[in-house]
Design a protein around this ligand. Structure first.
Ligand code: ADP
Ligand code: MG
Length: 271
């Protein structure tokens, strides 16, 4: 399949009864789920449940102990070795991991220049294009330590988008950010997905982020995935593990607002 040929509803990621162990530590046990093209899917679950491991499996950095994984129709661990998924998957780290001694422009340019050795004119065009897409072209000459948290996240995202991935993976993009920056980053995730026609998977601890960005929620616990559905379904689910996750939010809503929990979350969704 060629780039850009995929339809909206196509399955981009498929886990079929996937198990994963690190030595004797069992992390996944028969986890199954699918992610459709064009969606923003949130993966939630307790710390240590295996969320980052799922992203590593999708990128083909590790291979499952049992079961089958397909990303764009191919097995990612094998594809990682024969190069057939090259450039199609982008990872946005929790910490932007910017080079402090390089400008924004140089940070975004880095891999094109030193790893891919793209010629200067072409490089300049691609860097400026991605900076403009994210609305940070004015900051091109600034140093990372002159930037706000939200701007740093944009630069980190630019460094990933320069490769024009079709599937974007975010590992806890808003952990440790203040509420305002969290909102900026949440909007950025949604905007990027819509404008560039990507598929996005967002691992997060933040229920705010889930409500703001997700078309669909996957809950990981006990080594299995519960494909919950829309974020609103989180609040009506009878699954005790889902209930435990949302209990904190339910209490907040009950304390602060009148009306049903679903309405409360809708209000929050729109603000
Ligand atoms: N390379 C590794 N070797 C051994 N154990 C690991 C490794 N990576 C992760 N783990 C363990 O696997 C479990 C799941 O890790 P991880 O996928 O990072 O969870 P999460 O992202 O949900 O917090 C944790 O108990 C972690 O300590
Ligand atoms: Mg993690």
């Amino acid at each position: 399949m060629e780039r850009g040929e995929r339809g909206r509803q196509e399955v981009v990621v498929r886990f079929d009864r996937v198990s994963l162990s690190y030595g004797r530590r069992r992390v996944l046990e028969g986890a199954s789920f699918t992610v459709e093209g064009g969606k923003v899917v949130a993966i939630i679950g307790p710390s240590g449940a295996g969320k980052s491991s799922i992203l590593k499996l999708i990128m083909g950095l590790i291979r499952p102990t049992a079961g089958r994984i397909e990303v764009f129709g191919v097995e990612p661990y094998l594809a990682n070795h024969d190069g057939s998924l090259r450039g199609r998957i982008g990872l946005v780290f929790q910490e932007g991991a910017l080079f402090d001694s390089l400008t924004v422009y140089e940070n975004v340019e880095f891999y094109l220049r030193y790893v891919e050795r793209v010629p200067p004119a072409q490089r300049r065009r691609r860097v400026m294009e991605v900076l403009e897409k994210l609305g940070i072209e004015e900051a091109a000459g600034q140093m990372p330590n002159e930037l706000s948290g939200g701007m740093k996240k944009r630069v980190a995202l630019a460094r990933t988008l320069i490769f024009e991935p079709e599937l974007l993976l975010y590992d806890e993009p808003t952990t440790g950010l203040d509420p305002l920056t969290t909102e900026v980053v949440d909007q950025l995730i949604v905007e990027t997905n819509r404008r560039l026609g990507l598929t996005s998977i967002v691992v997060t601890h933040s229920l705010d982020t889930v409500m703001e960005v997700a078309d669909e929620v996957l809950m990981l616990s006990g080594g299995k995935i519960n494909q919950v559905g829309s974020p609103e379904k989180l609040l009506t689910s009878e699954d005790p593990r889902v209930k435990a996750f949302t209990a904190g939010l339910r209490r907040l809503i009950a304390a602060g607002q009148k009306g049903s929990p679903a309405e409360g979350v809708d209000d929050q969704h729109r603000h």
